[in-house]
Design a binder for this molecule. Sequence first.
Ligand code: C5P
Length: 217
Amino acid sequence: MIVTIDGPAGAGKSSAAKALARRLGFKFLDTGAMYRAVALVAIRRGHDFSQAQPLIELARGLNIELASPRVMVDGEDVSDAIRTLEITSATHYAADNPGVRELMVERQRQMALGADVVTEGRDQGTVVFPEAECKIFLTASAEERASRRLGELRRRGEHPSLEDVLEQQNQRDLRDSVRKCGPLKKAADAIEVVTDGMTPDEVLARLEAVVRSKMRH
Ligand code: C5P
């Protein structure tokens, strides 16, 4: 069974999707980590982001493994390195590049072959797995999402202001939704879950209920 969870940044997708996969005994695909990993390596190699084609070649040469909860690139654990503010702001260069997306979409489908998966991203229910049995669109208000993101960053030792986080989030939301290739969009057959005011346990329970109701059909 394929369960797709799409939605904007900071809606609590990552932790909810991970916990849901664990509870169901499904494989977990954090597809945002793949675009982040491409951006990380590009920055480390001094890549010029105005050049789209070399970024595709770079991405093609990377071995990205989603060994949840760790993310490995060519055998190196980059789980923390891909979550900094610097990488978060640069990731759109990878995510907006149609050639990079094509490669990542292909790999996501391969990783899901013959497996039960919970896959999380922006385009999972629309582009990558249009036939998925269970599609969820997880969202929350912009303020709630920004304050959750701030909490996460603080736990990692970064201390931006709420305004900065909100501003960066607004830019990302806009970029994600106007992208020509694989934009953030609710699939017509997705069930929308708005997480404002819900605890992580409540979100998980709701998602599990949605998936189990689809299993019965
Ligand atoms: O989910 P996460 O915040 O880690 O995603 C990082 C970035 O990767 C997002 O801002 C989005 O632009 C991009 N992304 C994407 N398609 C996906 C997952 C993430 O374009 N399936």
